[in-house]
Design a protein around this ligand. Structure first.
Ligand SMILES: Cc1cc2nc3c(=O)[nH]c(=O)nc-3n(C[C@H](O)[C@H](O)[C@H](O)COP(=O)(O)OP(=O)(O)OC[C@H]3O[C@@H](n4cnc5c(N)ncnc54)[C@H](O)[C@@H]3O)c2cc1C
Length: 410
């Protein structure tokens, strides 16, 4: 029987602690917050998008190649079916939405039910849970960790599993400091980087707060008219400070990288067709329906609230009919529908991300055991690793799978 300390009682730490204890080890779970799974409780807007449906191959395809290679063994050992089986056994029924996202059956506080299920497992397996216990340092040096430092005491252990999460939403307990300690111990790390966060704009449109652009594509390019760097098809929401919604979240990491390299520009294509074909379609419309207002045409593609202000900005009179459309006015309409300029971004906030990119370099971790290379008894799992998937249940699944691997001690 080995003494094991798991630091962090979130998605990865709960699974790691349960798994290690169920294999007969003496496990203490240290959690800084007064209760377990605080970030899990707010996940999916309190509903918790637990995982994503589909075979392991499909789930892996949502990650970068490097991340997928790393995740493969742990996802095979403890994949979405295993997570859902565990929840079912603890009385949490789930369902799959049309988009493949898996949620607990709808009822208030369903994320809390997920936490309760894991907490039951942890306690039944005999884990000693210490909440309100913030670890303030690591004891030991490569190749052996001796234990951890708490505010008032040192705790020794034969094995330490770090499951302290990322660095976003610090109010949920994740401040990211453990990465600095690991760096100081010589572990290769990549600095925290914003991901799945809203994008503030240099020139926001507070008057449009709450307006949603649907079914189009957010595009990132290297400056106005520059090379396309990335794109995401999905809804976009105007906020007071800039942009949110699925498309903004998914493009936030690439946007911040481009911004830091000095060239980032965002546009939204309400119509995904190339401008030339939209132009041809508009000309055909003008022939077939010459009395149609330009505003009415644009209103088919963009929310009504934006049409007036955008036409005014483009210098197109709101009472202009298609039969009187000049070449310039036509070009302006086509450009609004295919490349609505949103402008340059301001710094994407790390703290508001659903996940933090960066973390322990995956090359420094054994993907089967989560042991840090060069260490005999120090493991890391969950968001503390340089793992970040898209929205859709992938991040929690990665935390569950890597937590399970970390807890599978010989
Ligand atoms: C608003 C929001 C919504 C989200 N929705 C979803 C979703 O629906 N589906 C999905 O897949 N993902 C979602 N995510 C992402 C997902 O919640 C995380 O990827 C996941 O929780 C990571 O698990 P983890 O165990 O690594 O870290 P966490 O769950 O963050 O747990 C880490 C724990 O470690 C503790 N800790 C940190 N430092 C110390 C210390 N020094 N000493 C002691 N304890 C410490 C923290 O208090 C925390 O409880 C969401 C994230 C946010 C912020």
């Amino acid at each position: 029987m080995t003494s094991v300390i798991v630091v962090g009682g979130g998605a990865a730490g709960l699974v790691a602690a349960w798994r290690a204890a169920s294999m007969g080890h003496r496990v203490t779970l240290l959690e800084a917050n007064g209760r377990l799974g605080v970030k899990l409780r707010i996940s999916g807007g309190g509903k918790c998008n637990i995982t994503h449906d589909g075979p392991p191959k499909a789930l892996l395809a949502a990650f970068t190649k490097e991340q997928a290679r790393f995740l493969r063994p742990s996802l095979h050992a403890f994949g979405n079916e295993a997570v859902l089986d565990l929840l079912r056994q603890e009385g949490v029924a789930t369902y799959v939405r049309d988009n493949g996202r898996v949620f607990p059956l709808d009822r208030p506080g369903s994320a809390a039910a997920v936490v309760a299920a894991f907490e039951t497992r942890v306690r039944r397996a005999g884990v000693v849970v210490r909440s309100g216990a913030r670890v303030t340092g690591l004891l030991g040096s490569a190749p052996r960790i001796d234990g951890v430092r708490l505010e008032r005491e040192d705790l020794a252990a034969e094995e330490v599993i770090l499951a302290t999460g990322g660095a976003s939403y610090p109010e949920t307990g994740t401040r990211g400091e453990v990465l600095d300690w690991l760096k100081a111990l010589g572990v290769p790390v990549r600095p925290w980087f914003p991901a799945l966060a809203p994008i503030p704009l240099e020139i926001p449109r507070p008057a449009w707060e709450g307006v949603a652009l649907r079914d189009g594509e957010l595009r990132l390019s290297a400056g106005p008219g520059g090379r396309r760097l990335a794109a995401f098809a999905g809804d976009l929401l105007f906020t007071k400070a800039g942009l949110s919604g699925p498309a903004a979240l998914e493009l936030s990491q690439a946007t911040e990288r481009a911004r830091r390299s000095g060239a980032a520009w965002l546009t939204y294509a309400a119509m995904a067709d190339p401008p030339e074909s939209v132009d041809a379609a508009l000309q055909a419309e003008a022939r077939a329906n010459p009395r149609l207002l330009a505003a009415t045409w644009l209103d088919r593609h963009l929310p009504e609230r934006l049409v007036g202000p955008l036409l005014a900005e483009a210098g197109v009179p709101s009472d202009l009919r298609l039969k009187a459309l000049s070449r310039d006015a036509r070009k302006a309409l086509v450009s609004l529908a295919t490349a609505l300029p949103l402008g340059g971004p301001r710094a994407v906030p790390l703290a508001r991300g659903e996940v933090a990119a960066g973390g322990v370099d995956l090359a420094a971790v054994d993907p089967r055991t989560m042991l840090l290379r060069g260490w005999e008894n120090l493991r890391a799992c969950g968001e503390l690793l340089d793992l970040d998937g898209p929205v859709g249940g992938y991040n929690l699944q990665a935390a569950f799978s890597t937590g399970y691997a970390a807890g599978t001690l010989a």
